[in-house]
Design a protein. Structure first.
Length: 643
C-alpha cells in the first residue's frame, strides 16, 4: 500500500454541525471541502431513517450553523456568500430547496449561530457591536490604542468590539435590534419557552479580563433591556438550556473557585434554588475532547445540554473516547453510544439523537445514536480516506500510563517511534488518529499517543497531579511510555522522535532539554519561556491560573522552573520549529527566544513561519500551507529518524 501523500489534504471532506428537524425525520448538516487553496462549506440533508444525502446549498462560499424553525418549514444559517471579503450574514432557506434569502448582517463582523424563538417569529444571534474599545482620536484616523485590560486580543485577532445579543424578525430584509449593551461579551443565547426572555453566558465585573469565568444571565428580548443574573457557581457556568416547560435551566459548569483544570465540567440544573449537579458522581468531564483533525475544527461548537423528556443528552469524555450520555433529572446517567467513538456535534429532537461521530480510524459521519449503537446516515464524510489502509489502533497500558498505539498493519519487531504529547494539557488522545499519524504510519512509523497525567477523561485526581508542576509527573509519564515501548521491543532506541503542538510543543521542548533519548524534535506553536508566555499569550493570565501558575508576581519562580529554555544548553537533537505567525495563544514572540538561543549555541535548528496562520494551523491553515507543513514533517523525520 503506497504511503499517504500530504496532497490528500486537497481531497479532505469534514462533516461538521448537525441539526435535527423538530419531528426527528431529517438531519441538516455541514460538509467542508477544499476548493483550490480555500475552504468551502455547504449545507446537506439526509433522512433519519436512511437514504441518499442531498445538497441544500452549493457555491463558492461557506454556509454554517444550520438551525430548523420550530415548525420545520425553514432552516436559518450563517453564510459569507457575497464575495471573498464578505462577512457572515443570516439567511433563510426552505428544506425543499430554492434560493436562500438574506435576513440581515451585523454592524462590525459576522453573525453568530442563529437561535429560533419558540414561536418561530424571531431569531436571536450574537455579533460584534458598539464603539471600538481601545482606539482614541478621529474614528477615520485612529491615533492610538489605550489598553487598560488584558483582553484586547484573542487568537482570532484584535478584539476591537464587544459581542452582544441581537434579535431579528425571521423574514428577508428585516432589521435587527440590539438587545444588550455594555462592557461585556454575550455568548450562547437560549430562548425561554415563553418567548419573552433570553438566557446567555457572560462575565461581568471589573476583573473579567483576568478571570473570564462566565455566569448565566437573562434579559428581555427588547432593545435597552437590562440583564439580570440568574445563576453562577464558584467556577464557571455557561451553555444554558431551558426545559420545555420553562421551569428548569440546565447548564454546564464547575463549582470550584477559579475553575482550575482539575475542576472538571459537570452538568447542572437550576430551578430557582441551589444549583444541583447531575454528573458529579461520575468523575468524568462533560466535554468533547477529540484532538483529531479528521473532525471539522472550523464548524461545530460544544453543544448545550439537550432536553429529551425528563432527561438531558450531553457528550462525556471517558478514557479518550467522546460518548453521548443520557442524564435523567433523577436516576443514574448512562451512555447512549459505546465503542471507539469520538464526536464533534450532537443534536436531539423528536425523541431521536444524532451526532457527528466516528467509531473507527476513519473520518466522522452523521450518525443516528440508538440503544447503545451507532448507525451511519452518511458516507461522504470519510470517503476521501477510505481507500487507504487505516493504522492499527491499540489501547495500551504503558507501565501505568494509558496510551493509544498506532501501528502499520502487521507491524512486527522494532521500528522508528514518534511520541506525540497532546495539547492542553487538559485534553486527551483518542482512538481516532490525526492525519499526521495516518501519514507517518503509512511510512512505517509507530506513533505513541499517551494520555499522561493532566489529561481529561480519567478523573479529577489524574488532572490535579500536574497542577503547578509542569515538568514533573507529566514529563515522567511521557518518558515512562517511551521506556515501555523500548522494553517491549516496539521502538528502536536510536530512532525515537517527539512531536507536539501547543502544550505538546512545550513538552517536546522540555524533553529536548531534559533527555538525550530523542533523535530529533518537532515543536509546533509551543512554549519556550513560561514567564514570557504568561504575558505575550492572549490567554496567559487566565490560563496560567487554571493550571496553577498565576498571578505572575506570586509564581514567577515556578514559571521559570517549568520553562524549557532554562535547559537550552542540553538541547542537542535536531529541532524543527513550526510556527503560525498569527498565533496569539503560543506566539512567535516567545518561541523566537528558543530559536535564537539554539542558533547561538550552533545547534541544528530550523523555524518555519506560516504567515496569517493561527494556533491549530495543522487543522485550519490554508490548504497549501497544511500540505507544506506535513511535507516538512515527513522529510525532517526521514532525515533524522528514518522509519
Amino acid at each position: 500500500m503506497p504511503a499517504l501523500s500530504p496532497e490528500i489534504i486537497r481531497r479532505q471532506a469534514a462533516v461538521g454541525a448537525v441539526a435535527l428537524s423538530p419531528d426527528g425525520t431529517t438531519v441538516a448538516y455541514t460538509r467542508r471541502t477544499v476548493a483550490g487553496d480555500r475552504y468551502r462549506s455547504d449545507l446537506w440533508l439526509v433522512p433519519y431513517r436512511g437514504g441518499r444525502s442531498r445538497p441544500l446549498t452549493t457555491g463558492a462560499w461557506s454556509d454554517s450553523a444550520p438551525a430548523w424553525s420550530p415548525d420545520g418549514e425553514v432552516i436559518a444559517f450563517a453564510s459569507d456568500r457575497g464575495g471573498e471579503d464578505a462577512r457572515a450574514a443570516l439567511y433563510l432557506i426552505r428544506p425543499d430547496g430554492g434560493e436562500a434569502q438574506r435576513v440581515c448582517g451585523a454592524p462590525h463582523g459576522g453573525v453568530g449561530a442563529p437561535v429560533w424563538s419558540p414561536d418561530g417569529r424571531r431569531i436571536a444571534f450574537t455579533a460584534e457591536a458598539g464603539p471600538a474599545r481601545f482606539w482614541t482620536g478621529d474614528p477615520g484616523r485612529r491615533t492610538a490604542r489605550v489598553i487598560r485590560t488584558v483582553d484586547w486580543r484573542s487568537d482570532d485577532g484584535e478584539r476591537e468590539y464587544r459581542t452582544h445579543l441581537f434579535v431579528v424578525a425571521a423574514r428577508p430584509g428585516a432589521r435587527p435590534v440590539q438587545v444588550t449593551k455594555g462592557d461585556f461579551d454575550v455568548a450562547e443565547p437560549a430562548w425561554h419557552p415563553d418567548g419573552r426572555r433570553i438566557a446567555f453566558a457572560a462575565r461581568m465585573g471589573a476583573d473579567a479580563d483576568l478571570d473570564p469565568k462566565p455566569r448565566i444571565y437573562s434579559v428581555r428580548a427588547a432593545a435597552g433591556a437590562r440583564p439580570r443574573e440568574l445563576v453562577g457557581l464558584g467556577g464557571l457556568a455557561h451553555l444554558p438550556s431551558w426545559s420545555p416547560d420553562g421551569r428548569t435551566l440546565a447548564f454546564l459548569g464547575t463549582d470550584v473557585a477559579g475553575a482550575p483544570d482539575h475542576a472538571e465540567v459537570e452538568l447542572f440544573i437550576w430551578d430557582g434554588g441551589e444549583p444541583r449537579s447531575l454528573t458529579a458522581a461520575l468523575d468524568l468531564p462533560v466535554t468533547i475532547a477529540f484532538g483529531s483533525d479528521l473532525h471539522d475544527w472550523m464548524g461545530p461548537e460544544m453543544p448545550a445540554p439537550a432536553w429529551d423528556g425528563a432527561a438531558l443528552v450531553v457528550p462525556i469524555n471517558r478514557r479518550g473516547r467522546d460518548e453521548v450520555w443520557r442524564v435523567p433529572l433523577d436516576g443514574d446517567p448512562a451512555p447512549l453510544s459505546s465503542g471507539e467513538t469520538t464526536l464533534s456535534a450532537v443534536a436531539v429532537a423528536g425523541g431521536r439523537v444524532v451526532a457527528t461521530l466516528t467509531d473507527d480510524a476513519y473520518p466522522p459521519e452523521v450518525c443516528a445514536v440508538e440503544d447503545g449503537r451507532v448507525r451511519r446516515l452518511t458516507r461522504h464524510g470519510g470517503a476521501w480516506l477510505r481507500r487507504h489502509r487505516a493504522p492499527t489502533v491499540r489501547e495500551v497500558d504503558a507501565d501505568g500510563v494509558p496510551a493509544f498505539l498506532f501501528e502499520p498493519a502487521g507491524a512486527n519487531g522494532r521500528s522508528a517511534l514518534v511520541l506525540t504529547p497532546h495539547g492542553g494539557p487538559y485534553g486527551a488522545h483518542a482512538p481516532t488518529p490525526e492525519l499526521d499519524t495516518w501519514a507517518l504510519v503509512s511510512r512505517g512509523y509507530r506513533v505513541l499517543a499517551p494520555n499522561i497525567r493532566g489529561s481529561c477523561g480519567y478523573g479529577r485526581d489524574w488532572v490535579e497531579a500536574i497542577q503547578g508542576k509542569w515538568g514533573g509527573p507529566d514529563a515522567d509519564d511521557l518518558m515512562t511510555s517511551v521506556k515501555w515501548a523500548v522494553r517491549r521491543r516496539l521502538a528502536d532506541p536510536r530512532r525515537i522522535a517527539v512531536m507536539g503542538l501547543s502544550y505538546g510543543g512545550w513538552a517536546a521542548n522540555w524533553l529536548a532539554g531534559t533527555s538525550d533519548r530523542f533523535a530529533c524534535v518537532i515543536s509546533e506553536n509551543g512554549v519556550a519561556s513560561m514567564v514570557s508566555a504568561h504575558a505575550v499569550s492572549a490567554i496567559g493570565p487566565s490560563y496560567d491560573r487554571d493550571i496553577g501558575y498565576g498571578p505572575i508576581h506570586e509564581h514567577q519562580d515556578a514559571l521559570a522552573a517549568s520553562s524549557p529554555i532554562r535547559h537550552v544548553e542540553r538541547m542537542t537533537a535536531p529541532m524543527l520549529m513550526l510556527q503560525g505567525e498569527a498565533d496569539r495563544v503560543c506566539p512567535l514572540d516567545d518561541n523566537w527566544q528558543l530559536f535564537v538561543a539554539l542558533r547561538e549555541l550552533g545547534r541544528d535548528v530550523e523555524m518555519v513561519l506560516y504567515p496569517d496562520e493561527h494556533h491549530v494551523m495543522m487543522a485550519t491553515a490554508r490548504p497549501d500551507r497544511r500540505i507544506d507543513r506535513l511535507e516538512r514533517v515527513i522529510a525532517f523525520l526521514a532525515k533524522h529518524c528514518p522509519p
